[in-house]
Write a protein that binds this ligand. Structure first.
Ligand code: MD3
Ligand code: FE
Length: 213
């Protein structure tokens, strides 16, 4: 595949004002990140949340940090405890905070301290339809995302849902930072293709670090 030629290179791709894909930024810590994901999932299991309309999301999720994003028939919100276990979401592994701050800094956002990290797990066939992230009170702070395992296609739309999205491949260890005017862009992830990645097997993980409050 043509993309494999470039997979080993570190590169920055500007997606919009305040938004860029930092190729390979998390690569050298990827194994540690994945091992933390496995530990976290023993404390707060991956689950398929329901949308307000009662549909089961194809992406499985869990959270770590002070706040976690949840969705059910009453809608979307951030909570301090896991509705499944009643316990606080597991704490941030220090590496998570460190990596998120370094990636934000790379894009000029100083002192990024997220209070939530949503961990998405995509199995083949899973997708995330076009949406805006607007459940956070802070619309100024950036969001930092880390891709692990199988490659995926990001959909990068506009400020209106009806704009046809651009498509960007993301690979194991890639980081996307978006803030400023790009914070409210419609985005999503295309249907995950079958595959095998030595670090994650048959899945893709994505971490999104957010400042909610
Ligand atoms: C922002 N997750 O959890 S994050 C989400 O790969 C979410 O799991 C996706 O969207 C995932 O809310 C994508 C990275 C991303 C990609 C494209 C964007 C964030 C974006 C385009 C515009 C704004
Ligand atoms: Fe999103």
């Amino acid at each position: 595949m043509l993309f494999d030629l470039f997979e080993g290179e570190r590169s920055r791709l500007t997606l919009g004002v305040g938004a860029a894909l930092l190729g390979g930024f998390a690569r050298e810590r990827a194994d540690e990140l994945i091992s933390h994901i496995h530990d976290l999932s023993a404390q707060a299991p991956f689950r398929h949340m329901e949308t307000r309309g009662g549909k089961r999301m194809s992406v499985a999720m869990l959270n770590c940090g002070p706040l976690g994003w949840v969705s059910d028939r009453s809608g979307y919100r951030y909570t301090a405890s896991d509705p499944l276990t009643g316990k606080a979401w597991p704490a941030f592994p220090p590496l998570f905070l460190d990596l998120a701050a370094r990636a934000a800094q790379e894009m000029g956002f100083q002192d990024f301290v997220p209070d939530a990290c949503l961990i998405n797990r995509y199995q083949p066939g899973a997708r995330l339809s076009l949406h805006q992230d607007m459940d956070e009170q802070d619309h100024v702070a950036p969001i930092v995302s880390v891709s692990l395992g199988l490659p995926a296609t990001f959909l990068w739309g506009g400020l209106h849902r009806n704009m046809r999205p651009a498509r960007h491949q993301v690979f194991h260890g890639d980081v996307v930072v978006w803030g400023g005017p790009s914070r409210m862009i419609f985005h999503g992830v295309d249907v995950l293709k079958d595959g095998f990645h030595p670090a994650t097997g048959t899945v893709r993980f994505n971490l999104t670090f957010r400042k909610v409050r």
